[in-house]
Design a protein around this ligand. Structure first.
Ligand code: DHB
Ligand code: MG
Length: 617
């Protein structure tokens, strides 16, 4: 039995019933009713309570009750009256627990004894009605901002109806931890809220109110936090409380599904610390690269794209036995051009024009990978197959792109394709180095969680890349063994390369594919007809000054329109871009040396400016 899962209504968009329905639909067992969601709703608390019961949702908590403890009179008395009215609401909602967050008022008295006496009084009144009070330290509380301070007060108050509420954000945002929690009796741990966040240097209140994330989307050690809470004996619900501007604006079911996915993953990460063990998720796949990328095309686009790829040394290497599908190959890179009517590819083409519609990852065990995906709320996808043809399992990424799961080392081509004899000779790519996707604003965190959870990829911190027409935020997911690298780009501006791609083609998708070359200069030299992106002279002047390159090396880079980057350990990255194919996606030739593990972010501005110029022509 996994931990009971709850979500605060503040995480989700829409009116209160929409939030509740979405939470129930994806499989939450409980909800925190956030006060503002009730105040702004035109139904009674009884109706809300009934709706929750009809949906099978427990109301885990009613919150927050603000600025209560340690106030001077006459506020003190008024606050106790206010509490009685909230107790009425709780009873109507059908919950027995209220969250009191630590007082933020300048008038709060700096006296823990007063805070304890007030909370004791509130708990005494609550207990008369069979209700309970939980006390949470807000990271920006006036007198109480750490969980240990809140616990001191709860301990002093010493009332059975008063306990402690922990919230990972308030503790981890302060760089604090849960050392000492084992000394708190488990029955005093009333409730647990979890939130992740990116590491940002800003005031903690704004950080909390706008940038919280679901566990696994950010950079805080939420799993460690949860493990500590469970080891301290907590056995109540685990509840997500995320204040996030993008989540509030997004379709409610998508965010609810991300929310539950984050908790399913977390359940698995803390297995062993849970008193009643959760059934383990199937292990994340061991990845061994990208077997192919598939483009949705029609006949004309297939010819045009085939011609474009031909300039980089690709050739038609196979024709599907039963479908209008062609394999283009260059060394270790397979690109599939799919113009089959009445397929997922055709559906993509109808909507977007020429676009990537699928990608295939090599995994150690496709069935296990599929079972893991299913457990993480990503159902399998079954494409129509002809008789005698291979059935390659697939799931759909959040934007609908198919992700095929190909067993590492297996040959998926020989059965289904009539393979054409190759020429060879030209410098060859060794494989696909990375695939970059452009996402619509508001989609980054959901994609990060999907790839992290389903495929066990690691997420790097966000990079900000300056396009001439706005900022592109980029976050890369990659396999620990680096056989799969998936940078994700997002831009609020519709004028950036990323923004134009997303807005012009009505959605997210693969924006560029980088091919790994053992020698990028040789590859580009052997591809004189490839429409490479021109790089301004100023770039090379700066490069010479910045990295102290020799004249000959610099000239060679410039001749082939190559960009160059170097890391602190001396790893080197040499890369060049093609112009965009039909103003859509483009390709990159990349050479990594000496353990270089980045993507040439230092060069992104130059590339994006060159593309913007190209676009104007
Ligand atoms: O931002 C707030 O005010 C707020 C309110 C209630 C909470 O539980 C919390 O963590 C933060
Ligand atoms: Mg909280």
């Amino acid at each position: 039995m996994p931990l009971p899962k709850s979500i605060a209504t503040v995480c989700l968009s829409g009116a209160l019933p929409d939030k509740l329905e979405a939470a129930a639909l994806v499989g939450f067992q409980g909800v925190e009713i956030f006060e503002n969601d009730l105040l702004t709703y035109d139904g009674s608390p009884e109706e809300v309570g009934r709706l929750c019961r009809d949906l099978g949702l427990a109301v885990t908590i009613y919150q927050p009750f603000r600025d209560f403890e340690a106030m001077p009179e006459p506020q003190r008395r008024r606050n106790l009256d206010r509490a009685e009215r909230k107790f009425d609401t709780m009873q109507a909602l059908g919950t027995d627990l209220i969250l009191v967050c630590s007082n933020t008022q300048p008038a709060t008295l700096p006296e823990a004894e007063r805070a304890a006496a007030d909370l004791r009084e509130m708990a005494e009144r609550a207990a008369k009605r069979g209700l309970r009070v939980g006390y949470e330290a807000l990271a920006w509380g006036r007198q109480v901002s750490l969980w240990r301070q809140a616990w001191d007060i709860v301990r002093q108050a010493d009332h059975p109806a008063l306990g402690l509420i922990l919230d990972s954000f308030h503790t981890l945002s302060r760089g604090d931890d849960l050392a000492g929690l084992e000394a708190v009796p488990a029955e005093k741990l009333f409730f647990l809220q979890l939130a992740d966040a990116p590491r940002l240097s800003m005031d903690v209140l704004s950080w909390s109110r706008h940038f919280r994330l679901f566990p696994g989307q950010g950079e805080l050690p939420v799993a460690d936090f949860l493990r500590d809470v469970l080891r301290a004996g907590y056995a109540g619900p685990v509840s997500l409380e995320i204040f996030n501007d993008e989540f509030r604006a997004a379709p409610v079911r998508r965010i609810a599904r991300d929310a539950l996915r984050s908790l399913v993953l977390l359940d698995d990460q803390v297995r062993g610390a849970v008193p009643v063990p959760a059934s383990p998720l199937p292990a994340a796949p061991t990845l061994a690269g990208i077997e192919f990328v598939e483009f949705a095309v029609d006949d004309a686009a297939r010819e045009a794209l085939g011609g474009f790829l031909g300039t980089l040394g690709f050739r038609r290497a196979g024709l599907h036995r039963s479908k209008a599908v062609e394999l283009q190959r260059q060394g270790g890179v397979n690109l599939v051009l799919n113009s089959e009517p009445d397929s997922a590819a055709a559906e993509r083409f109808e909507m977007f024009g020429p676009a990537v519609c699928a990608m295939a990852l090599r995994v150690d065990d496709p069935d296990r990978a599929l079972a893991r995906a299913r457990a993480l709320l990503s159902p399998a996808w079954q494409e129509r197959v002809g008789q005698g043809e291979q059935r390659i399992p697939a799931i759909r990424a959040p934007d609908g792109t198919l992700v095929y799961l190909v067993r590492t080392g297996s040959d998926i081509w020989a059965d289904d394709f009539q393979l054409l004899p190759g020429e060879g000779g030209a410098p060859a790519f060794t494989g696909i180095d990375h695939v970059v996707q452009a996402l619509a604003p508001g989609h980054l965190d959901g994609f990060v969680l999907f790839y992290r959870a389903v495929f066990g990829l690691d997420a790097e911190p966000v990079f900000e890349l300056p396009d001439p027409f706005g900022i592109v935020r980029s976050r890369t997911l990659s396999a620990a063994n680096r056989t799969v690298r998936l940078p994700l780009n997002v831009s609020e501006s519709r004028q950036t390369g990323t923004g134009r791609f997303v807005s012009a083609y009505a959605g997210a998708g693969v924006h560029h594919i980088a091919f790994a070359a053992p020698d990028a200069a040789a590859l580009v030299a052997a591809a004189p007809d490839a429409p490479m992106l021109e790089i301004p002279e100023n770039y090379y002047d700066d490069l010479a000054a910045r990295l102290g390159l020799e004249d000959a090396q610099l000239a060679a880079l410039q001749r082939a329109h190559l960009l160059f980057d170097q890391d602190a350990q001396g790893g080197r990255f040499t890369h060049a871009y093609t112009q965009a194919f039909q103003d859509r996606f483009f390709f990159e030739v990349v050479e990594r040396r000496g353990g270089y593990d980045q993507y040439g972010a230092a060069n992104a501005a130059v590339r994006m400016a060159a593309q913007a110029r190209q676009q104007k022509k």
